[in-house]
Write a protein that binds this ligand. Structure first.
Ligand code: N2P
Length: 343
Protein backbone atom coordinates (compact mmCIF):
# COMPACT_ATOMS: atom_id res chain seq x y z
CA UNK A 1 0.00 0.00 0.00
CA UNK A 2 2.72 2.44 1.04
CA UNK A 3 4.70 1.52 -2.02
CA UNK A 4 1.78 2.16 -4.38
CA UNK A 5 1.23 5.59 -2.87
CA UNK A 6 4.89 6.41 -3.28
CA UNK A 7 4.89 5.29 -6.91
CA UNK A 8 1.80 7.36 -7.59
CA UNK A 9 3.47 10.37 -6.02
CA UNK A 10 6.59 9.92 -8.10
CA UNK A 11 4.45 9.63 -11.22
CA UNK A 12 2.61 12.81 -10.37
CA UNK A 13 5.84 14.71 -9.91
CA UNK A 14 7.22 13.48 -13.24
CA UNK A 15 3.98 14.36 -15.02
CA UNK A 16 3.73 17.86 -13.63
CA UNK A 17 7.42 18.52 -14.29
CA UNK A 18 7.03 17.54 -17.95
CA UNK A 19 3.91 19.69 -18.11
CA UNK A 20 5.93 22.66 -16.92
CA UNK A 21 8.64 21.93 -19.41
CA UNK A 22 6.34 22.08 -22.47
CA UNK A 23 6.92 25.43 -24.12
CA UNK A 24 3.79 27.56 -24.41
CA UNK A 25 2.69 30.17 -26.92
CA UNK A 26 -0.29 32.35 -26.25
CA UNK A 27 -2.13 33.52 -29.38
CA UNK A 28 -4.96 36.08 -29.40
CA UNK A 29 -6.81 36.33 -32.71
CA UNK A 30 -10.10 37.36 -34.32
CA UNK A 31 -12.81 34.69 -34.45
CA UNK A 32 -12.57 32.38 -37.47
CA UNK A 33 -9.27 33.96 -38.45
CA UNK A 34 -7.08 30.89 -38.64
CA UNK A 35 -7.56 27.28 -39.63
CA UNK A 36 -7.30 25.26 -36.41
CA UNK A 37 -5.34 22.68 -38.44
CA UNK A 38 -2.68 25.37 -38.93
CA UNK A 39 -2.31 25.57 -35.17
CA UNK A 40 -2.24 21.81 -34.74
CA UNK A 41 0.41 21.47 -37.42
CA UNK A 42 2.54 24.14 -35.73
CA UNK A 43 2.25 22.30 -32.41
CA UNK A 44 3.20 19.03 -34.04
CA UNK A 45 6.20 20.45 -35.87
CA UNK A 46 7.61 22.44 -32.95
CA UNK A 47 6.37 20.73 -29.80
CA UNK A 48 5.15 24.15 -28.61
CA UNK A 49 1.71 24.20 -26.97
CA UNK A 50 -0.56 26.92 -28.34
CA UNK A 51 -3.03 28.55 -25.98
CA UNK A 52 -5.60 30.11 -28.27
CA UNK A 53 -8.14 32.85 -27.48
CA UNK A 54 -10.35 34.92 -29.75
CA UNK A 55 -11.77 38.43 -29.91
CA UNK A 56 -14.32 40.11 -32.16
CA UNK A 57 -12.99 43.62 -32.63
CA UNK A 58 -9.75 45.59 -32.50
CA UNK A 59 -11.18 47.55 -29.58
CA UNK A 60 -11.88 44.40 -27.54
CA UNK A 61 -8.35 43.14 -28.15
CA UNK A 62 -6.84 46.51 -27.29
CA UNK A 63 -8.83 46.84 -24.06
CA UNK A 64 -7.70 43.44 -22.88
CA UNK A 65 -4.06 44.20 -23.54
CA UNK A 66 -4.18 47.76 -22.23
CA UNK A 67 -5.75 46.83 -18.90
CA UNK A 68 -2.74 44.63 -18.27
CA UNK A 69 -4.74 41.66 -17.10
CA UNK A 70 -3.64 39.34 -19.88
CA UNK A 71 -0.42 38.81 -21.75
CA UNK A 72 -0.22 37.32 -25.21
CA UNK A 73 2.68 36.40 -27.45
CA UNK A 74 0.94 36.95 -30.79
CA UNK A 75 -1.93 39.27 -31.75
CA UNK A 76 -3.60 40.27 -35.05
CA UNK A 77 -4.39 44.01 -35.03
CA UNK A 78 -5.61 45.97 -38.06
CA UNK A 79 -3.73 48.92 -39.58
CA UNK A 80 -5.03 51.73 -37.33
CA UNK A 81 -4.64 49.57 -34.25
CA UNK A 82 -1.05 48.67 -35.18
CA UNK A 83 -0.40 52.41 -35.46
CA UNK A 84 -1.92 53.06 -32.05
CA UNK A 85 -0.05 50.24 -30.36
CA UNK A 86 3.27 51.34 -31.88
CA UNK A 87 2.72 54.87 -30.59
CA UNK A 88 1.92 53.57 -27.13
CA UNK A 89 4.97 51.26 -27.06
CA UNK A 90 2.79 48.21 -26.84
CA UNK A 91 4.55 46.19 -29.57
CA UNK A 92 7.91 44.41 -29.78
CA UNK A 93 10.21 45.20 -32.70
CA UNK A 94 10.37 42.22 -35.01
CA UNK A 95 13.74 40.56 -35.43
CA UNK A 96 13.59 39.85 -39.16
CA UNK A 97 16.50 37.41 -38.96
CA UNK A 98 14.03 35.08 -37.28
CA UNK A 99 11.31 35.54 -39.91
CA UNK A 100 13.07 34.41 -43.11
CA UNK A 101 9.71 33.58 -44.72
CA UNK A 102 8.88 37.29 -44.90
CA UNK A 103 10.48 37.01 -48.34
CA UNK A 104 7.17 35.47 -49.47
CA UNK A 105 5.21 38.62 -48.71
CA UNK A 106 4.55 40.88 -51.68
CA UNK A 107 6.67 44.02 -51.00
CA UNK A 108 3.67 46.22 -51.85
CA UNK A 109 2.14 45.20 -48.53
CA UNK A 110 5.22 46.09 -46.49
CA UNK A 111 6.07 49.49 -44.97
CA UNK A 112 2.56 50.89 -45.11
CA UNK A 113 1.60 54.14 -43.44
CA UNK A 114 0.63 52.44 -40.15
CA UNK A 115 4.17 51.02 -39.74
CA UNK A 116 6.27 53.04 -42.21
CA UNK A 117 9.60 51.38 -41.44
CA UNK A 118 7.96 48.00 -41.06
CA UNK A 119 9.46 47.35 -37.67
CA UNK A 120 6.52 45.90 -35.77
CA UNK A 121 4.09 44.11 -38.04
CA UNK A 122 3.93 41.26 -40.52
CA UNK A 123 1.10 41.52 -43.09
CA UNK A 124 -1.46 38.70 -42.66
CA UNK A 125 -4.61 39.47 -44.66
CA UNK A 126 -6.42 42.38 -46.26
CA UNK A 127 -9.90 43.18 -47.46
CA UNK A 128 -12.73 45.61 -47.95
CA UNK A 129 -16.01 46.28 -46.23
CA UNK A 130 -19.13 45.81 -48.28
CA UNK A 131 -22.64 44.45 -48.47
CA UNK A 132 -23.32 40.72 -48.43
CA UNK A 133 -26.78 40.25 -49.93
CA UNK A 134 -29.15 37.40 -50.62
CA UNK A 135 -30.16 37.74 -54.27
CA UNK A 136 -33.37 35.87 -53.53
CA UNK A 137 -34.40 38.31 -50.79
CA UNK A 138 -33.45 41.71 -52.23
CA UNK A 139 -35.73 43.65 -54.58
CA UNK A 140 -32.81 44.81 -56.70
CA UNK A 141 -29.07 44.25 -56.76
CA UNK A 142 -27.48 46.60 -54.24
CA UNK A 143 -24.90 49.07 -55.54
CA UNK A 144 -25.06 51.79 -52.89
CA UNK A 145 -24.86 52.00 -49.11
CA UNK A 146 -28.41 53.39 -49.37
CA UNK A 147 -29.50 49.73 -49.40
CA UNK A 148 -28.79 49.72 -45.67
CA UNK A 149 -31.50 52.40 -45.26
CA UNK A 150 -34.05 50.76 -47.56
CA UNK A 151 -37.35 50.31 -45.72
CA UNK A 152 -38.16 47.23 -47.73
CA UNK A 153 -35.56 45.43 -45.63
CA UNK A 154 -37.21 46.03 -42.31
CA UNK A 155 -35.78 43.68 -39.68
CA UNK A 156 -33.69 42.07 -42.41
CA UNK A 157 -30.32 43.82 -42.07
CA UNK A 158 -27.29 42.86 -39.99
CA UNK A 159 -24.81 45.50 -38.98
CA UNK A 160 -21.34 45.04 -37.48
CA UNK A 161 -20.97 45.43 -33.74
CA UNK A 162 -17.68 47.25 -34.26
CA UNK A 163 -17.31 51.00 -33.62
CA UNK A 164 -14.88 52.14 -36.31
CA UNK A 165 -16.43 49.93 -38.98
CA UNK A 166 -20.06 50.86 -38.46
CA UNK A 167 -19.49 54.54 -37.66
CA UNK A 168 -17.08 54.74 -40.60
CA UNK A 169 -19.71 53.49 -43.05
CA UNK A 170 -22.36 55.75 -41.46
CA UNK A 171 -20.00 58.71 -41.97
CA UNK A 172 -19.59 57.78 -45.65
CA UNK A 173 -23.39 57.52 -45.97
CA UNK A 174 -23.68 61.04 -44.59
CA UNK A 175 -21.15 62.21 -47.19
CA UNK A 176 -18.26 62.61 -44.74
CA UNK A 177 -14.78 61.16 -44.50
CA UNK A 178 -14.59 57.76 -42.81
CA UNK A 179 -11.79 59.10 -40.60
CA UNK A 180 -13.73 62.20 -39.57
CA UNK A 181 -13.12 63.51 -36.06
CA UNK A 182 -15.64 66.32 -36.31
CA UNK A 183 -18.11 65.83 -33.41
CA UNK A 184 -21.02 67.21 -35.47
CA UNK A 185 -20.33 64.76 -38.28
CA UNK A 186 -20.11 61.89 -35.82
CA UNK A 187 -23.37 62.99 -34.26
CA UNK A 188 -24.94 62.96 -37.76
CA UNK A 189 -23.59 59.43 -38.29
CA UNK A 190 -25.12 58.35 -34.99
CA UNK A 191 -28.48 59.90 -35.92
CA UNK A 192 -28.41 57.97 -39.19
CA UNK A 193 -27.81 54.73 -37.29
CA UNK A 194 -30.69 55.58 -34.96
CA UNK A 195 -32.97 56.08 -37.99
CA UNK A 196 -31.78 52.75 -39.34
CA UNK A 197 -32.63 50.80 -36.16
CA UNK A 198 -36.08 49.45 -37.22
CA UNK A 199 -34.42 47.81 -40.20
CA UNK A 200 -31.68 46.14 -38.20
CA UNK A 201 -32.18 42.59 -36.96
CA UNK A 202 -28.97 42.66 -34.99
CA UNK A 203 -25.51 44.02 -34.38
CA UNK A 204 -23.22 41.03 -34.72
CA UNK A 205 -19.69 40.10 -35.70
CA UNK A 206 -18.79 36.46 -36.23
CA UNK A 207 -22.39 35.16 -36.08
CA UNK A 208 -23.25 37.06 -39.25
CA UNK A 209 -21.84 34.25 -41.37
CA UNK A 210 -24.14 31.47 -40.14
CA UNK A 211 -27.12 33.80 -40.15
CA UNK A 212 -26.58 34.86 -43.76
CA UNK A 213 -25.88 31.28 -44.86
CA UNK A 214 -29.20 30.24 -43.30
CA UNK A 215 -30.99 33.08 -45.12
CA UNK A 216 -32.05 34.93 -41.98
CA UNK A 217 -31.62 38.40 -43.47
CA UNK A 218 -31.53 40.06 -46.88
CA UNK A 219 -28.38 42.12 -46.40
CA UNK A 220 -25.45 42.53 -44.05
CA UNK A 221 -22.53 44.87 -43.59
CA UNK A 222 -19.52 42.54 -43.68
CA UNK A 223 -15.79 42.22 -44.22
CA UNK A 224 -14.90 40.76 -47.62
CA UNK A 225 -13.37 37.55 -46.25
CA UNK A 226 -16.58 36.70 -44.44
CA UNK A 227 -18.37 37.02 -47.79
CA UNK A 228 -15.82 34.66 -49.35
CA UNK A 229 -16.54 32.23 -46.52
CA UNK A 230 -20.34 32.40 -46.94
CA UNK A 231 -20.84 32.48 -50.70
CA UNK A 232 -19.97 28.83 -51.43
CA UNK A 233 -22.39 27.78 -48.67
CA UNK A 234 -25.44 29.54 -50.12
CA UNK A 235 -25.60 30.22 -53.84
CA UNK A 236 -27.96 33.19 -53.40
CA UNK A 237 -25.31 35.18 -51.55
CA UNK A 238 -23.24 37.84 -53.25
CA UNK A 239 -20.96 40.71 -52.26
CA UNK A 240 -20.65 44.30 -53.43
CA UNK A 241 -18.45 47.23 -52.47
CA UNK A 242 -20.81 50.20 -52.82
CA UNK A 243 -20.13 52.98 -55.33
CA UNK A 244 -19.69 55.64 -52.66
CA UNK A 245 -16.47 53.92 -51.58
CA UNK A 246 -15.57 51.97 -48.50
CA UNK A 247 -12.86 50.95 -46.09
CA UNK A 248 -9.89 48.83 -47.13
CA UNK A 249 -8.12 47.17 -44.23
CA UNK A 250 -4.80 45.46 -43.65
CA UNK A 251 -4.56 43.04 -40.76
CA UNK A 252 -1.15 42.20 -39.36
CA UNK A 253 0.55 39.82 -36.97
CA UNK A 254 2.40 41.45 -34.08
CA UNK A 255 4.15 40.61 -30.83
CA UNK A 256 2.94 42.64 -27.84
CA UNK A 257 5.64 44.34 -25.75
CA UNK A 258 4.75 42.24 -22.71
CA UNK A 259 4.94 38.91 -24.57
CA UNK A 260 6.43 36.11 -22.50
CA UNK A 261 7.72 33.93 -25.32
CA UNK A 262 9.09 36.08 -28.14
CA UNK A 263 11.10 33.30 -29.73
CA UNK A 264 8.04 31.03 -30.04
CA UNK A 265 6.07 34.01 -31.36
CA UNK A 266 8.66 34.53 -34.09
CA UNK A 267 8.56 30.82 -34.96
CA UNK A 268 4.78 31.01 -35.22
CA UNK A 269 4.81 34.13 -37.39
CA UNK A 270 7.45 32.65 -39.66
CA UNK A 271 5.34 29.48 -39.93
CA UNK A 272 2.31 31.56 -40.98
CA UNK A 273 4.42 33.13 -43.75
CA UNK A 274 5.39 29.74 -45.18
CA UNK A 275 3.73 29.40 -48.62
CA UNK A 276 2.15 25.98 -47.98
CA UNK A 277 0.75 27.13 -44.62
CA UNK A 278 -0.49 30.50 -45.91
CA UNK A 279 -2.19 28.70 -48.81
CA UNK A 280 -4.08 26.10 -46.76
CA UNK A 281 -4.92 28.71 -44.16
CA UNK A 282 -6.36 30.92 -46.92
CA UNK A 283 -8.64 28.11 -48.07
CA UNK A 284 -10.24 28.17 -44.62
CA UNK A 285 -10.12 31.84 -43.63
CA UNK A 286 -11.19 33.32 -46.97
CA UNK A 287 -9.57 36.73 -46.62
CA UNK A 288 -7.21 38.02 -49.32
CA UNK A 289 -3.56 37.37 -48.52
CA UNK A 290 -0.35 39.32 -49.18
CA UNK A 291 1.70 36.12 -49.49
CA UNK A 292 2.77 36.08 -53.15
CA UNK A 293 4.49 32.69 -52.91
CA UNK A 294 1.33 31.14 -51.47
CA UNK A 295 -0.76 32.66 -54.26
CA UNK A 296 1.61 31.20 -56.85
CA UNK A 297 1.43 27.84 -55.11
CA UNK A 298 -2.38 27.86 -55.32
CA UNK A 299 -2.28 29.11 -58.90
CA UNK A 300 -2.50 32.82 -59.54
CA UNK A 301 -5.33 32.41 -62.00
CA UNK A 302 -7.50 30.49 -59.58
CA UNK A 303 -6.77 32.90 -56.76
CA UNK A 304 -7.62 35.88 -58.96
CA UNK A 305 -10.95 34.33 -59.91
CA UNK A 306 -12.46 35.52 -56.63
CA UNK A 307 -14.11 38.87 -57.41
CA UNK A 308 -14.50 39.48 -53.67
CA UNK A 309 -10.79 39.28 -52.97
CA UNK A 310 -9.73 40.95 -56.20
CA UNK A 311 -11.82 44.08 -56.56
CA UNK A 312 -11.09 46.14 -59.66
CA UNK A 313 -8.71 49.06 -59.25
CA UNK A 314 -11.48 51.65 -59.70
CA UNK A 315 -13.19 50.23 -56.62
CA UNK A 316 -9.98 50.09 -54.59
CA UNK A 317 -9.32 53.71 -55.55
CA UNK A 318 -12.50 54.64 -53.69
CA UNK A 319 -11.51 52.80 -50.53
CA UNK A 320 -9.69 54.35 -47.61
CA UNK A 321 -7.74 52.94 -44.72
CA UNK A 322 -8.75 53.74 -41.13
CA UNK A 323 -6.21 55.97 -39.45
CA UNK A 324 -5.44 56.04 -35.78
CA UNK A 325 -7.11 59.21 -34.54
CA UNK A 326 -5.22 59.80 -31.30
CA UNK A 327 -7.19 61.55 -28.58
CA UNK A 328 -10.18 61.84 -30.90
CA UNK A 329 -10.70 58.08 -30.55
CA UNK A 330 -12.57 59.10 -27.39
CA UNK A 331 -15.27 60.78 -29.47
CA UNK A 332 -15.86 57.48 -31.27
CA UNK A 333 -15.91 55.54 -28.00
CA UNK A 334 -18.45 57.93 -26.56
CA UNK A 335 -20.73 58.12 -29.60
CA UNK A 336 -20.61 54.36 -30.06
CA UNK A 337 -21.31 53.54 -26.41
CA UNK A 338 -24.25 55.94 -26.38
CA UNK A 339 -25.63 54.36 -29.50
CA UNK A 340 -25.11 50.66 -28.91
CA UNK A 341 -26.10 50.66 -25.25
CA UNK A 342 -29.65 51.56 -26.13
CA UNK A 343 -29.97 49.49 -29.26
C1 N2P B 1 -12.52 37.69 -39.03
C2 N2P B 1 -12.26 39.11 -38.66
C3 N2P B 1 -11.74 39.92 -39.76
C4 N2P B 1 -11.13 41.14 -39.36
N1 N2P B 1 -13.62 37.18 -38.35
C5 N2P B 1 -11.37 42.26 -40.25
N2 N2P B 1 -10.42 43.26 -40.05
Amino acid sequence: MKKTVLILFALLIVLSASGLAAEKLSVYNWGDYIDMDTIRQFEKETGIDVIYEVYETNEDMYARIANGKASYDVIFPSDYMVERMIRENRLTEINWDNIPNVKNIDPRFMSQSYDPENKYSVPYTWGTMGILYNADMVEETPTSWETLMDERYEDSIYMLNSPRDTLGIALIMCGYDLNSTNPDELEAAKQLLIRQKPLVQGYVVDEVKDKMIRGEAAVALVWSGDATYCMPENEDLNYVVPVEGSNIFFDAVCIPSNAKNVSAAEKFIDFLCRPDIAATNYEYVGYAIPNQAAIELMGEEEYNESPVNNPPQEILDKCQVFKYLGEDTKIYDQVWTEFISDF
